[in-house]
Design a protein around this ligand. Structure first.
Ligand SMILES: C[S@@+](CC[C@H](N)C(=O)[O-])C[C@H]1O[C@@H](n2cnc3c(N)ncnc32)[C@H](O)[C@@H]1O
Length: 265
């Protein structure tokens, strides 16, 4: 894996209180420079929600228009998010990240992309590992975007922290609509290979799959900050669209572990 330096995108993980946990750094080392301006700007932002458990099941009411609702998990600075949301005003979006610093950038990117206050996007801060506390089936999420999540490849026991692990997929299945989709992009071969196994075990069917997104030319594709960096390093971007086919798992994902070589793609 190619390690990339990143000044202020937190790609480690957090402890239960939401504070960065330096003992659980996987993807990149944490080089987080606290942005003094980010929290005050977010606090003043009408479309920013910090830890919004009270919105569970009621997210549709948070937007002026009732439209399909989609989620982006780990949006980072919102480089691609702001392009996507401002180009698709007939869709409502919720973009989630754990880091207020990157969400501060995402807010600024939104302001630039829209020129005025967006009415179809909400920025949210919470730990996606606990996403069941924030969404329920009443929210009828049509699609989830997961772009360049932490691969957690350093130690096998860390795989359960992946945003595509069955522990997470079980939570997403509970609020994704019937036939709802996950759009998943990564630079990481191991994460991609394992995630395809996770998706299949959890009953997701493959709608589209490529190991070189840019060569295949799939559209629409909004290039994210990490996607741009890895592409410039010559790493092909892996991408899949996976469709939900069932609501519940028939195994316990908290006890389950992928045995290397046991499953074929
Ligand atoms: C590698 S960055 C990718 C950012 C963006 N999607 C992109 O493609 O450029 C991963 C992002 O996920 C966020 N993240 C990682 N684990 C998270 C968690 N458990 N809950 C919420 N956000 C998380 C990080 O803060 C970071 O901004």
């Amino acid at each position: 894996m190619i390690a990339i330096g990143t000044e202020d995108c937190y790609t480690g993980t957090v402890d239960r209180s939401g504070k960065p946990d330096p003992g659980r750094v996987g993807y990149n080392r944490m080089h987080m420079r606290r942005k003094q301006w980010a929290r005050p700007e977010l606090d003043a932002c009408p479309y920013y929600y910090n830890d919004p458990e009270e919105m569970r099941g009621k997210w549709k009411t948070a937007f002026p228009k009732v439209q399909p609702l989609m989620l982006e998990l780990g949006c980072g600075k919102g480089v691609s998010t702001s392009r996507m949301t401002s180009s698709n005003r007939d869709i409502n979006y919720i973009a989630v990240d754990i880091s207020p610093d990157v969400l501060g950038d995402a807010r600024r990117n939104m302001a630039e992309a829209y020129g005025s206050e967006p009415d179809n996007v909400i920025l949210c801060r919470f730990d996606i590992e606990n996403i069941h506390r924030f969404f329920s089936k009443e929210d009828e999420i049509e699609r989830i975007y997961i772009h360049f999540c932490n691969p957690w490849t350093e130690r096998p026991k860390h795989a359960k922290r992946r945003l595509t692990h069955p522990r997470q997929l079980e939570q997403y299945m509970a609020f994704l609509k019937e036939h709802g989709e996950i759009w998943f992009k990564t630079d990481d071969d191991e994460l991609f290979r394992d995630s395809l196994v996770y998706f299949r075990l959890c009953g997701f069917e493959t709608v589209y799959l490529t190991r070189d997104l840019h060569k295949d030319g799939f559209q629409p594709n909004y290039v994210s900050e990490h996607e741009k960096k890895y592409t410039e390093l010559g790493v092909p971007i892996k991408f899949g669209i996976l469709r939900k086919t069932k609501d519940q798992l028939d195994f316990d994902p908290t006890r389950w572990r992928l045995t290397p070589g046991m499953y074929k793609e």
